[in-house]
Design a protein around this ligand. Structure first.
Ligand SMILES: [Zn+2]
Length: 384
């Protein structure tokens, strides 16, 4: 069966070979045909072929679905009291993770699945079509497996994050690192594609992170890393050393690290929801683009530091607060996220791509930043 999306006022493909020749690969008055979940034709609406189903976009903008490459969706409870205290002046130090761990351990699998699915549904309604989900709020062997099983019901892009915090029952942090790198990694590896470590001041240091990532890689997992959210402790260099697909946050990053990132296959994933929710200074995304670093934007949806379920809001923040143009922010939220997940089939709408697309309630995608806080998604289409 074929579906024709036609009368697209502005079609962003993110394929440089298409349309206006820019990185956005933009076409006006365009049409697109989907068959078997893939893009099989695109071009001028006036020349569109017939199809089994016809969707009239009535002049709206159509974009590739957002790739949210960094979330912590599986958790119980909330930390609104912590947020309120922070807004009254209490700084964030990473310590609140343990309160979410206690709530998550106490929740049933059904409760976790229901609340996580509701958050995923909010992301999908806001235009997300590919989603990464981490574990990290149980911090026991069986519990981390349970969280990854819940995450697996939502996405194939699951990430083992046993090294998120040292749980309160461990007075010996070295013993916990050994547990994560050993039995926990072995138990979780069948349920995850990725492994991640929170490598930062007050979290895990570079040597601990290297140990966990090395074990994870030996267990067949691909690697990503939290780094530079609170301080520059060398996480970006470690991500490069380990060949991580992505190093996430990069709020505190040196010029030397940016130059090294620019020559690498590691994407810098920026998470402005975290700066917003912790009232912290935003990274200057222009520093990254000006030296050629590939960037992604993601929600970092989590109960402590970024309870954000809207990629539109993330784009608006990145434009207003981090120096990106609306096009640069859209690209980072789509093709950038795909690169951070090492996916070539999503994040763009070139021929053969998955037909994951979003019909906006706007004539141009720049409205995502221009009209912040509004839901501008008419329809999210996720290819079967
Ligand atoms: Zn995170």
């Amino acid at each position: 069966m074929t579906t024709l999306y036609t009368n697209i006022g502005e079609l962003t493909t993110n394929d440089v070979r298409l349309g206006d020749g820019s990185a956005m690969g933009r076409l006006r008055d365009a049409a697109l045909v989907e068959e078997g979940g893939r893009v099989v034709w695109l071009g001028a609406a006036a020349h569109a072929p017939a199809a089994d189903v016809r969707v009239d976009c009535a002049g709206a903008a159509v974009i590739p679905g957002f790739v949210d490459s960094h979330t912590h969706l599986v958790f119980a409870g909330d930390r609104v009291d912590e947020f309120v205290a922070r807004m009254a002046g209490t700084p964030y130090d990473g310590g609140g993770i343990r309160s979410t761990v206690a709530a998550t351990r106490a929740a049933t699998r059904e409760e976790l699945l229901a609340t996580s699915a509701a958050r995923a549904a909010a992301l999908f309604a806001g235009g997300v079509t590919t989603l990464e989900v981490k574990s990290g709020y149980d911090l026991t062997v069986e519990g981390e497996v349970r969280l990854l099983e819940v995450a697996r019901d939502l996405t194939g892009e699951t990430t083992f994050l046993g090294a998120h915090a040292v749980p309160s029952e461990f007075s010996d942090r070295a013993a916990y690192v050994e547990l994560v790198a050993g039995a926990m990694t072995r138990a979780c590896a069948p349920h995850a594609r990725w492994a991640d470590v929170f490598c930062d001041r007050g979290a895990f240091d570079v040597d601990e992170a290297r140990h966990v990532l090395t074990s994870a890689r030996a267990a067949g997992l691909e690697l990503r890393l939290h780094g530079g959210q609170l301080a520059d402790v060398g996480a970006v260099r470690l991500a490069l050393e380990m060949g991580c697909a992505s190093v996430d946050h990069c709020t505190h990053v040196s010029e030397g690290d940016l130059a090294a990132l620019a020559g690498s296959s590691t994407v810098a994933t920026l998470l402005p929801g975290a700066e917003f929710s912790t009232r912290s200074a935003y990274p200057d995304a222009r520093r990254f683009l000006d030296v050629g670093v590939a960037i992604a934007l993601a929600t970092d949806c989590n109960p402590g530091t970024s309870y954000v379920t809207s990629m539109g809001f993330v784009i608006a923040l990145a434009v207003r607060e981090m120096g990106l143009t609306p096009d640069e922010a859209l690209y980072a939220a789509t093709r950038g996220g795909a690169a951070a997940l090492r996916r070539s089939d999503v994040g763009h709408l070139g021929l053969g791509a998955r037909a994951d697309l979003v019909i906006l309630d706007a004539p141009r995608c720049a409205h995502l930043a221009y009209r912040p806080g509004a839901n501008l998604v008419t329809r999210t289409v996720r290819a079967p």
